[in-house]
Design a binder for this molecule. Structure first.
Ligand code: SF4
Ligand code: SF4
Length: 432
């Protein structure tokens, strides 16, 4: 890392404005200071001390940035907006400390013994069916909707019960068939894969972890468990708490050292930071670990993936920002969904735009987060034919979009792509 700690990534900006129409907050407010170009001007002024770290306009407009990095792929000059934003937020924290609300939330995610009881309480509520009953468009109801949206489910609701029964019993693929030609050519024999469990994923998305393990094993991977893992630190890094992010990264580095050929991640936000550990910690060991990190869709796509049984449903894919923009992983999730016979796949219009979740952003800035989400829900409502499922590979997006769909009373589910592949494999009899 240079002495400018990331600000140099903003240097190529020539103020052309090509990025403005890709920025959800600019589209929501129409204010230049809520655009990437406007924020770059503010960040440069912060670095040069032309604006103080307590300047209210600077804080307002940088705080309102989702960190979605939707502005990066459209920039002809190659501006590293995300790296510059992290540098600016780290400098703000250095000069004025973390705001109390962010400190409280981030403090919880530093320690398993703090977040585990909170998520267990949430799971308990979910098991009682409380969130489903209280989900609505109000702020409290929206939080309940986030929990209700991620209940573990089979394909019955998406398929309709009769079609689900047909998919489960009528047209089974041959479980002994192995369409793994590519896997055998391009991968070592049964590569060892360590599953990154994370915090939210481990507590609220255990069903997605289970689907990840089953689908990877069905595609020739040897999945191993790694003890002593911590939260990835992405929430801390995005909020400017670099010390917090580095402490968590060091714990994961110790846990995963020499554990496997690959580290599989099924949360786009976690994967984006894990792939940056070399840069974050600046050590050879961190770079070695980062080079092993793969989104689960990358591993499945590299192995085929083998087809399952037909699932005749309409699915719209919505790409998580930290998968498409930060990791530049675009095709593999589509390859996962295309492995499901009869599934009618298309991109959700505007899938290159953020849904407004953005880590703890939706908690700290609910108004802007909902304004950005409204665009996404509008795309779901207007999609023709109407999808039964919106597929997206990130926990924040699943909760945000899922709650938005419930609040809008749309009969559409938000599901992780590996859940759909898992439904298809179960129906094919690949496993119970
Ligand atoms: S960030 Fe890129 S696209 Fe946006 S104004 Fe600067 S140079 Fe142009
Ligand atoms: S990261 Fe997202 S919200 Fe922030 S300036 Fe770029 S496009 Fe806009």
């Amino acid at each position: 890392m240079t002495a400018r700690a990331g600000f140099e990534a903003l240097d190529p900006c020539v103020h052309c404005g090509f990025c403005l129409q890709a920025c959800p907050t600019y589209l929501a407010t129409g204010d230049e200071a809520d655009s990437p170009r406007g924020r770059i001007v503010l960040m440069r002024a912060l670095e040069r001390r032309e604006l103080g770290a307590d300047d209210p306009a600077l804080l307002q407009h940088l705080d309102a940035c989702l960190g979605c990095r939707g502005c990066e792929p459209v920039c002809p000059s190659g501006v590293g907006y995300g790296r510059g934003l992290e540098a600016a937020r780290a400098l703000l924290v250095e000069r004025r400390g973390l705001p109390a609300a962010a400190r409280a939330v981030l403090g919880v995610f530093r320690h398993r013994w703090l977040w585990r009881p909170i998520f267990r309480g949430a799971r308990w509520l979910r098991a009682l069916g409380v969130p489903s009953r209280l989900a609505s468009g109000s702020r409290f109801g929206f939080g309940m909707g986030m929990l209700a949206a991620i209940e573990p489910r089979g394909p019955e609701r998406a398929l309709g019960r009769r079609a689900a029964a047909a998919a489960g019993t009528g047209s089974r693929a041959d479980p002994t068939r192995k369409d793994g030609t590519l896997a055998e050519r391009s991968l070592p024999a049964r590569p060892r894969v360590a599953l990154f469990r994370g915090c939210v994923m481990d507590e609220l998305f255990g069903h997605v972890h289970a689907a990840t393990i089953r689908t990877l094993r069905a595609n020739g991977y040897d999945v191993v468990e790694v003890r002593g893992q911590a939260c990835c630190g992405a929430l801390h890094q995005h909020a400017g708490d670099r010390a917090g992010a580095e402490a968590l990264a060091r714990r994961n580095l110790r846990a995963f050292a020499g554990s496997a050929d690959f580290v599989a991640v099924n949360s786009a936000g976690c994967g984006a930071l894990l792939k940056e550990y070399g840069h974050l910690l600046g050590s050879k060991e961190a770079g070695t670990l980062a080079a092993k990190v793969r989104d689960v869709s990358e591993l499945l796509a590299a192995a085929g993936p083998r087809p399952g049984a037909p699932l005749p449903i309409d699915v719209a894919y919505d790409a998580p920002c930290h998968l498409q923009h930060a990791q530049r992983v675009q095709e593999p999730p589509l390859a996962v969904l295309r492995a499901i016979p009869e599934l009618r796949l298309r991109m959700l219009p505007g899938s290159d735009r953020c849904c407004g979740s953005a880590g703890i952003y939706s908690t700290l800035h609910p108004g802007m987060a909902r304004a950005v989400l409204d665009e996404k829900i509008g795309s779901c409502r207007e999609a023709a034919p109407a999808p039964a499922v919106v597929a997206t590979g990130n926990p924040g997006c699943l909760m945000q979009i899922g709650a938005g769909l419930r609040a809008a009373k749309l009969p559409i589910e938000a599901r992780h792509p590996v859940e759909l592949l898992d439904w298809s494999y179960r129906a094919a009899g690949l496993y119970d």
